[in-house]
Design a protein around this ligand. Structure first.
Ligand code: CDP
Length: 211
């Protein structure tokens, strides 16, 4: 079974994808980490993230980088949103994501284009959202909890910029697949959001079984 979880920054998609993976006993890939690894490599090599060839040169990163907690920083997220807009960066990362999705037994993937580009054949697709104010509050709490100095206003501004860039790009923009179920986590606790996601996936699977 393939489960696709898409949504904007700090919507709760990662937490939901991990919860689904645990519940259904499936491997999970946070595809944002791949773009974050490209971003961190661009920075380390002092390349220009806005130049497509520079960003492509950074796609050949060492997989051990994916375990680096530094990838979760907001700066890296911002840079990831710039490098991920290049079509050649997206195609460089495409096959490994498709392979992960189509492995025997299935998988859960979360990102921006899983239901639309990486796994259009997914058995269940969720589009996770929450208001920008709530997403900013969550991200701000997460960053300050990790000891990083930042203001709520700054985080909200970053979230708005990232939404505009991720939704406005020409290649694989952030958009809800026509057959994805929406899950608004604005007023849900983590446990409630995961429980809702599990029941949406179960409904989808049952729906497919009778088709
Ligand atoms: O958790 P958060 O949304 O802050 O970040 P992320 O999911 O790790 O994604 C970081 C950036 O990578 C996003 O702003 C997107 O520009 C890009 N991304 C993408 O283009 N496609 C994906 N499948 C996943 C991430």
């Amino acid at each position: 079974m393939i489960i696709a979880v898409d949504g904007p920054a700090a919507s709760g998609k990662g937490t939901i994808a991990r919860g689904l993976a645990r519940h259904f006993g499936l491997p999970h890939l946070d595809t944002g980490l791949l773009y974050r690894a490209v971003a961190a490599t661009v920075r380390r090599l002092e390349l220009d993230p806005t130049v497509e060839a520079d960003a492509v040169a950074a796609c050949d990163f060492d997989d051990r980088l994916l375990d680096d907690p530094g990838l979760r920083d907001d700066d890296t997220g911002r840079l990831a949103s710039i490098v991920s807009a290049h079509p050649l960066v997206r195609s460089a990362l495409l096959q490994r994501q498709k392979r992960f999705a189509n492995q025997p037994g299935g998988a859960v993937l979360d990102g921006r284009d899983i239901g639309t580009v990486i796994a259009p054949n997914a058995d269940a697709k969720l589009f996770v959202k929450a208001t920008p104010a709530i997403r900013a509050r969550r991200r701000h709490a997460e960053l300050t909890g990790r000891g990083l100095e930042t203001s709520y206003e700054q985080v909200l501004a970053d979230i708005r910029t990232r939404d505009a860039r991720d939704s406005g790009r020409d290649t694989a923009p952030l958009t809800q697949a026509a057959d994805a179920a929406s899950l608004d986590t604005s007023n849900l606790t983590v446990d409630a959001a995961i429980a809702r996601a599990v029941s949406l996936v179960e409904e989808r699977i049952k729906g497919r079984a009778v088709l």
